[in-house]
Design a protein around this ligand. Structure first.
Ligand SMILES: Cc1ncc(COP(=O)(O)O)c(C=O)c1O
Length: 424
């Protein structure tokens, strides 16, 4: 029965898809999970963390590291983060400007949550890529944010369709409700696609063009969660921070979890000056600062080169796991299934013939469970958008969490399920 004491936010917030997927896995012990967005368990940096922790706890910094820190985060970790971003984006001066606009958060997930709180009132509009990161969709739904969606091309969001959507919002008088465009710009979750520098520039250009009709700034939320997880030899693409002229419109969400240890949940955000204060105030009310001990861990790991060392191992590990997955897909998947080898990140996005469902309630999903394998039904990654129907024929398959030795059998089981329901 409806509990009238529950807030609107509480009532609207959907049960996270991730909980549903975990429940499915628990119901079937021994299931090969190609669903989890978990990182590789085997290569977690146990030795590095042990040595870092023992240095921290035997240093002069031992007691402060076990105290509360500050809302914004450890100043040295902020400085290192800004320097790291300047190096990645080839910004020769400006680390101190970036540092002033950087806040440390509990993973980039918290930064995304705080950003939604800072920008959106009920009924406001966000434009997302279609498909997109499904956990972010849960935050939007909880806050009653309307989603409008734009499909992807191989270079990221389709800028021609984005422009058409902005025109449509202008014509219908809805532009004042639009606040931001959300891009998962590196090895996107779920498709693996990266946004080209040209596409990023065009998105900013378009938003600036439509700002007078919106009557306020239009922001780009650049979610760079997978930026560091590029396979060896894959060039980095400049982020939107690379151009100083974008600094008043870009919200950059970065993370140390995926490139180091997801259990050390530290991420960060770089924000335009005026938004920085709002996010800072909100974070003050959320938790008045992320775990100081974990921040010291990251700081130490970066200062001592342990982070960089581990990242190299991880990049090679994921490339090797991808090769196993792609090899198995080539060998076992029916010919009608489409997919692309990723150049980084954790995911392969596969498409069945259009009329075949891979959705939550589909024969294929249930058959896959029967065979002992689970994937993320692609439908979960599509935002509610009344102007299009949700495609059901896709699936996200992850090589992140599954043991390397289980990837081939997992893909084989999935192929058996496909064969059994008649996909050729
Ligand atoms: C696209 C994307 N953004 C952000 C996050 C949040 O990651 P974290 O909070 O560990 O930084 C994830 C996690 O899976 C993700 O896939």
């Amino acid at each position: 029965m409806l509990n009238k004491a529950i807030s609107k936010l509480g009532t609207r917030t959907p049960s996270p898809s991730i909980s549903w997927l975990m429940q499915k896995s628990l119901e079937k012990p021994g299931l090969v999970s190609l669903a989890a967005g978990f990182t590789d368990n085997f290569s977690l940096p146990l030795d590095h963390v042990q040595s870092a922790m023992s240095s921290i706890l035997s240093s002069q910094n031992a007691k402060p590291s076990l105290q509360y820190g500050s809302t914004v985060g450890d100043p040295e970790l902020i400085r290192l983060t800004a320097e790291h971003l300047c190096a990645s984006d080839n910004i020769s001066s400006g680390a101190s400007d970036l540092a002033k606009r950087t806040i440390i958060t509990n993973g980039s997930q918290q930064l995304l949550y705080l950003t939604v709180e800072a920008l959106f009132d009920e009924g406001d509009i966000i434009i997302t890529e279609d498909p997109t990161y499904f956990v972010f969709l849960g935050i939007l739904q909880g806050h009653a944010v309307q989603t409008r969606t734009v499909p992807l091309t191989q270079n990221g969001i389709d800028v021609i369709k984005l422009e058409a959507l902005l025109e449509e919002l202008k014509r219908s008088g809805s532009l004042p409700r639009l606040k931001a465009v959300y891009l998962v710009s590196y090895f996107q979750n779920p498709t693996g696609i990266s946004t080209s520098a040209e596409t990023k520039d065009r998105v900013i250009e378009l938003l600036r063009k439509f700002e007078p009709d919106a009557g306020h700034p239009l922001y780009v939320i650049e979610d760079a969660a997978y930026r560091e997880l590029r396979f060896p030899g894959t060039p980095d693409i400049p982020s939107l921070l690379a151009k100083n002229s974008n600094s008043d419109r870009v919200i950059y969400a970065g993370t140390y979890t995926k490139p180091f240890a997801t259990g050390a949940r530290i991420g960060y955000g770089v924000l335009p000056e005026d938004l920085f204060t709002v996010v800072y105030n909100l974070k003050g009310n959320h938790d008045f600062g992320s775990s100081n001990l974990l921040q010291q861990l990251l700081r130490h790991a970066i200062q001592e080169g342990l982070y960089q060392d581990h990242l190299k191992t991880l990049q090679a590990t994921y490339e090797a796991k991808t090769r196993v997955m792609i090899g198995a897909i080539q060998e076992h998947f029916p010919k009608s299934v489409t997919w692309q080898p990723p150049l980084g990140g954790l995911y392969v996005w596969a498409g069945l013939p259009n009329q075949t469902s891979a959705g939550k309630e589909s024969k294929l999903f249930n058959q896959a469970l029967e065979e002992g394998v689970i994937y993320v039904p692609g439908e979960l990654c599509y935002a509610p958008d009344a102007t299009r129907s949700v495609p059901l024929h896709e699936m996200r398959i992850s090589f992140g969490g599954a043991e390397k030795a289980k990837i081939q059998p997992g893909i084989q089981k999935l192929s058996v399920a496909m064969n059994k329901i008649g996909i050729l």
